[in-house]
Design a protein around this ligand. Structure first.
Ligand code: NAD
Length: 301
């Protein structure tokens, strides 16, 4: 198949269902050879003996594309290493990594257990770091061998990581961490020809089927605005070599909308030129706050 990803090798984590599956199919439709990863877990991370990765790989092959399944846990060093290894062993290269796998353990902070915290930080934040590290080591080796890549990484954050979300303290912290990791990776890996961006998607999947019920889709839009397939075109473009020069960015994507998110930047400031007394610092802060735009509301408030 020809397209903007013709012959590129793309690994997508958590691609057995939901957004990852939509990304995998969309990359294949643009000519990419796809490593379809999915461990196959329940919505809260409970192990499930059946990985849906093979089914998606078969779907891609049935449509005339090329794909291989990988059923490893991307939050383990072995799973992350074999993900990259599967791309190299099967297709001899890796061009694009899409970090997408994850699950939820939603609870208000006072009820959140240490296990809920660890499991969600592990799958999202560590699951992004480990695959990124193994892929980056490969791209550094390629650069050093005189074969500089046009490599791409697309990480998956969330509105929860940008504004916060009630009942999702663990998930919001992990997704905010993914944004910071994206900025560092973009800066560190540019020298190896690697561009790193993040998306904050919104779509109806098993993770959000109650939030984005089918009834919410405005029929006048002429398409299902909450379908996961709406998010994938941006991911495919970012993962192609035509996105040259775009790195270290965060995009919100849902329906037909793409928004460039603009992050922390200095607002009003004051400098006394000496150490403040606490009450005096408080007064200065109150004055500064009158000159700011209040932050957007935390999701769910
Ligand atoms: N759906 C949304 O509106 C939305 C909004 C913001 C962010 N996100 C993020 O998008 C990503 C995809 O979410 P989704 O809505 O498609 O959910 P989903 O539950 O449909 O798909 C996630 C997939 O990841 C897999 N997975 C979980 N842990 C894994 C592991 N350790 N190794 C390999 N695979 C694993 C699951 O088996 C599942 O198939 C997630 O990172 C999610 O946090 C989704």
């Amino acid at each position: 198949m020809s397209g903007i990803c013709h012959r590129r090798v793309v690994a997508v984590t958590g691609a057995g269902r939901g957004l990852g599956r939509a990304h995998a199919l969309a990359f294949a439709a643009e000519g990419a050879r796809v490593v379809v990863n999915d461990l196959g877990v329940g919505l809260d991370g409970t192990p499930d003996p059946h990985s849906p990765a093979g089914q998606v790989a078969r779907e891609i092959r049935a449509a005339g594309g090329e794909a291989v399944a990988h059923a490893g846990d991307i939050a383990t060093p072995e799973g992350a290493a074999t993900l990259v290894g599967t791309a190299l062993d099967t297709y001899g290269r890796l061009d694009t990594l899409v970090n997408n796998a994850g699950f939820l353990r939603d609870r208000m902070l006072v009820n959140l257990t240490e296990d809920d915290w660890d499991a969600v930080l592990r799958v999202h934040l560590k699951g992004h770091f480990l695959t990124l590290k193994h892929a980056a080591a490969h791209w550094r080796a390629e650069t050093r061998a005189g074969r500089p890549p046009a490599a791409r990484v697309i990480n998956t954050s969330s509105g929860a990581g940008l504004l916060g979300s009630l009942g999702q303290g663990n998930y919001s912290a992990a997704k905010a961490g993914i944004v910071a990791l994206t900025l560092v990776a973009a800066a560190e890996l540019a020298r190896y020809g690697v561009q790193v961006n993040a998306i904050a998607p919104a779509a109806r999947t098993r993770m959000t089927e109650r939030t984005f019920a089918a009834a919410m889709t405005a029929p006048e839009a002429g398409f299902d605005a909450m379908a996961p397939e709406n998010v994938s075109p941006l991911v495919v473009w970012l993962g192609s070599d035509t996105s040259q020069g775009v790195t270290g960015r965060v995009f919100e994507a849902d329906g037909g909308r793409i928004t460039v998110m603009e992050g922390w930047r200095p607002g009003p400031t004051t400098d006394k030129g000496a150490r403040w007394a606490p009450a005096e610092a408080g007064e200065a802060v109150r004055k500064l706050l009158t000159r700011t735009t209040p932050p957007g509301p935390v999701h769910g408030t």
